[in-house]
Structure formats: C-alpha cells, structure tokens
Design a protein around this ligand. Structure first.
Ligand code: NAP
Length: 285
C-alpha cells in the first residue's frame, strides 16, 4: 500500500463492468476511491462488494445521473470543495441507446453522458488534479474509428439534430472521448496527464442496455468477449502505474499504446470540440 494510502481517485460508472473493476484494482493498492454511480442502491451494493474483496475501508459513494448537467455540477462542485487534491479521474460511465432520446438539458443522451458530462466534470476538478500532478483516463472504444464529427456542425450532433442511429451516435461519442483526451493533454501539459483507451471487447452490462441490440449482440458475440477485469486492469494501470506517470496524449488498446483513428488526431477538430463543449456546458475557456 505505502504511498497509495495518500492517493485519491474518482471513477465514474463504478457500480458495474470496467468501472467497478478499475475501482477494485485501485482499492486493492490501498487508495481512497470515490465511486460515482447513478443509482444509490446499485452503488452501495458495488461498494460493499469492493470493500469486502479488497479490505479497503476508504471507499466512498457519490450518486449522480451524469446525463443531467446540474447533477454533474453538484457532483464536481462538491468534490472540489471536499478534496484538496485528486490523483486520478477515470471518465468511464457510458451508454449505447438504440433510440434517440434528449436529456433535460436538450442534448442527445449518448453524447451527453459519454462526452459532455465528463468534459464538465473534468473542468470542475482540473485544479484539484493539477494540485496532485494527477491523471485523467478517458475510457473510449475501438468504435471511435467509425465516429464522424465532421458530418454536421458539432452543436447539431450534440443536440441530436441529425439522423439518429444508435451505434453511430455511440461511435461519435467515443471519438469525442479521444479528441477530448488529446486536447486536455495539450492544454494540461506539465501539470496533468490525459490518456484514452479501448478497454477490450468485454462481457459487461453495456450490451444489455437495449433489449434488441443487447440480445442480438449477446447471442452472437458474448461467448467471445473478455472479462470486465481485463479492461478494469488496463484502466487502473493508466491511472496509477508508476511507469506511465509521464505518458500523456496516448491512446491504448488495453495495455498497448497504438495509433487512434486519424480523425482523433485532428487538432483543429479537437479545438472546435472543446470550444463547443465549453459553450454548451458553461465552462469558461
Ligand atoms: N464492454 C465493452 O465491450 C466495451 C468496449 C469498448 C468500450 N467500452 C466502454 O467502457 C465503459 C464502461 O462500460 P462497461 O462496458 O463497463 O458497461 P456497463 O457495465 O454498462 O457500465 C457502464 C457504467 O456507466 C454507468 N452509467 C450509465 N449512464 C450513466 C449516467 N447517466 N449517470 C451515471 N452513470 C451512468 C452505468 O450505471 P448503471 O449501472 O446505473 O446503468 C454503469 O455503472 C464505457 O465508456 C464504454 O463505452 C466498453
């Protein structure tokens, strides 16, 4: 454990799949882990499980529905008040929706949850991350390779004002994760690090979020999918492994650093995505 007892990590979507596994991996090392979950009940069950498995009694639960910007503001504001430093922020929570839905803020739900919420949460915690030379880990996906954010104005994509296809919307949001990760790495150079990863193709609840999509995928691919722990370990490694302390702006497939799609390396697109996200979430540039 040693110096890990001083370390604080925040993991979103920590009650299930990759997030729960990453939280467990960080808790095993003795860190204080703040698990952000949308349901108090599912969060408490997961926290009890991780506490039992790791013997770590420094786990905390924060409840927030990340699809609502006000809840993200409350979460980020509360954490910023409570913590004087933050060693790692794992932006992991994610959804795939087969049908177009708008959030209370008028954003397309996949983009709002997977990208805008994490953009805002990171902004609210940035000075606490800087105080620790902290790391941001953005859980993206191979699906970012099918994302196209040049097809329409960025605000139209965020607001769902384009023809909706669930997997395409998911891919757009996962491309946004890598672009955000890279832009954050540039803006935070020297003060924090930021990396993105594809955690693997894993048997988690994400495939069951939509009945039709989930049952089709489950039937075809579930036997071939890896354990959530493969992704959880790779995520925790990026957040905490000493050998990666100065790696920033990278994209990882599991534990291997690889090239992301060329769109993910487009600096102008990353800058415009940052500006649009800042305007839509009320973050000062
Ligand atoms: N599984 C894969 O094969 C795979 C592949 C590539 C990338 N990924 C990425 O891995 C990440 C984790 O997904 P997973 O596979 O571990 O799926 P999962 O088991 O479904 O976990 C997703 C987590 O996100 C949470 N979440 C969803 N919407 C939320 C909201 N509005 N507010 C707060 N939390 C919310 C879920 O909470 P609830 O339990 O309350 O829904 C859950 O804890 C995602 O970003 C996903 O894109 C997964």
């Amino acid at each position: 454990m040693g110096q890990f007892a001083e370390r604080i990590f925040v993991v979103t979507g920590a009650n299930s799949g990759v997030g729960k596994s990453a939280a467990r991996s960080l808790a095993t090392r003795g860190a204080r882990v703040i698990m952000v979950c949308r349901s108090r009940e599912r969060g408490e069950t997961a926290l009890d499980e991780v506490r039992r498995q790791t013997g770590n009694d420094r786990l905390q639960l924060r409840v927030a529905d990340l699809a609502e910007l006000d809840q993200v503001r409350q979460l980020g504001g509360g954490l910023a008040e409570e913590l004087d430093h933050l060693d790692g922020l794992v932006n992991n929570a994610g959804v795939v929706r087969t049908k177009r839905e708008l959030t209370v803020d008028g954003f397309e739900r996949t983009m709002a949850t997977n990208h805008l919420a994490h953009f805002l949460l990171t902004a609210l915690l940035l000075d606490r991350l800087e105080a620790a030379g902290g790391r941001v880990v953005n859980v993206s996906s191979q699906a970012h390779r099918s994302g196209k954010l040049e097809r329409a104005p960025l605000e139209a994509i965020m607001r769902g004002d384009i023809r909706y296809r669930g997997l395409q919307a998911y891919s757009h949001s996962k491309l946004a994760n890598v672009l955000f990760s890279n832009e954050l790495a540039r803006r935070g150079a020297g003060a924090i690090t930021s990396n993105a990863l594809h955690p693997g193709v894993l048997a988690t609840h994400i495939w069951n979020q939509n009945k039709t999509f989930g049952s089709l995928v489950a039937a075809a691919f579930k036997p071939l999918m890896g354990s959530p722990d493969v992704g959880g370990r790779a995520t925790a490694r990026l957040a905490a492994d000493a050998r990666l302390s100065s790696v920033s702006g990278g994209y990882f497939d599991g534990e291997r650093q690889v090239e992301p799609a060329s769109d993910a390396l487009d600096r102008d697109l990353a800058r415009r995505l940052w500006q649009t996200s800042a305007e839509l979430t009320g973050v000062a540039e």
